[in-house]
Design a protein around this ligand. Structure first.
Ligand code: APR
Length: 259
């Protein structure tokens, strides 16, 4: 049964404080208050410009040099996203999740966001299931490098370690999720008896499967979202509001229970 309103926040805090193993799944909504548009829902990038082609990875492999040229000088919706990523700073929602990690409540954060904001906010147990836009990944040996470590004079760039083809660490549509990250996500999900689901429409798999798995095992879902999502019916607590406002209040309520 979804609880709404103030008592839901206090009850959700109680549930988090009592949880054996709580984790979080976050999506683009967490970075809206950092100036990065979501993809779907009001103001979403895909809402305004239409969903992108679902074969981005196939197109990359067909012509890596061209794909890199487009990435290094994006046009259209991807330029809007790229400029927002450059300017974004972590917000109070990111910091509230770090506080829950420091309180020993949150054991891991699985994020679908590639904006590096969780990491910059101080998250330590972070799994970036769709990669990180500041990193470059080798498709052969899966080594990851900071963008500034790679020379883009010749496109496409190749791996300094093994000579393999380099790609942005951001997972493209149609690209398999790197197995190292995916296995850790399944491991964390299998251990969770409570999951905060913040800022995600829960429409893209495999990430969207994780909260369903927790709920199927009788775990507690806590939704933080100004609007309903695919997950709302499964959530024991529904905290209707922006993450930057709700998560700090939730973390404060949990801290009081631990004091
Ligand atoms: N605080 C919390 N949630 C918010 C806020 C906010 N301030 N503003 C919007 N939201 C919610 C929306 O209601 C929506 O449910 O955030 C969610 C954003 O959904 P999407 O844009 O679909 O983002 P996400 O779920 O992360 O998308 C998953 O799709 O395009 C791919 O790879 C991309 O990682 C992305 C994946």
């Amino acid at each position: 049964m979804a609880d709404e309103g103030l008592d839901a926040l206090e009850a959700a805090a109680e549930s988090l404080a009592q949880a054996r193993y709580a984790i979080a799944l976050t999506g683009a909504g967490l970075s809206v208050e950092s100036g990065i548009p979501p993809f779907r829902g009001p103001g979403g990038l895909w809402t305004r410009h239409g969903e992108p082609p679902m074969n981005g990875f196939e197109r990359f492999l067909a012509d890596p040099a061209r794909a890199w040229a487009e990435r290094l000088d994006p046009r259209g919706p991807m330029r809007e996203l790229w400029e927002a990523l450059q300017a974004a700073q972590p917000n109070s929602g990111h910091r509230a999740l770090v506080r829950l990690e420091e309180l020993g409540i949150l054991q891991a954060v699985i994020t679908q966001n590639v904006d590096d904001l969780h990491r910059r906010a101080g998250a330590l147990r972070l799994l970036e299931i769709h990669g990180n836009a500041t990193l470059i990944r080798c498709l052969a040996c899966v080594a990851r490098f900071p963008r500034e470590a790679i020379d883009f004079a010749v496109l496409p760039p190749h791996c300094p370690k093994c000579g393999g083809l380099l790609k942005s660490d951001t997972v493209s549509f149609g690209e398999p999720i790197p197995s190292d990250v995916l296995e850790q996500c399944f491991e964390e999900t299998s251990r969770a008896d409570c999951m905060i689901v913040a800022g995600t429409s829960a429409t893209v798999y495999p990430a969207a499967q994780f909260p369903f798995s927790v709920a199927e095992r009788g775990g507690t879902l806590i939704e933080v979202n100004p609007y309903p999502s695919e997950l709302t019916p499964l959530c024991r607590f529904v905290l209707r509001g922006p993450a930057g406002e709700v998560l700090p209040r939730l973390a404060e309520q949990v801290a009081r229970r631990l004091a």
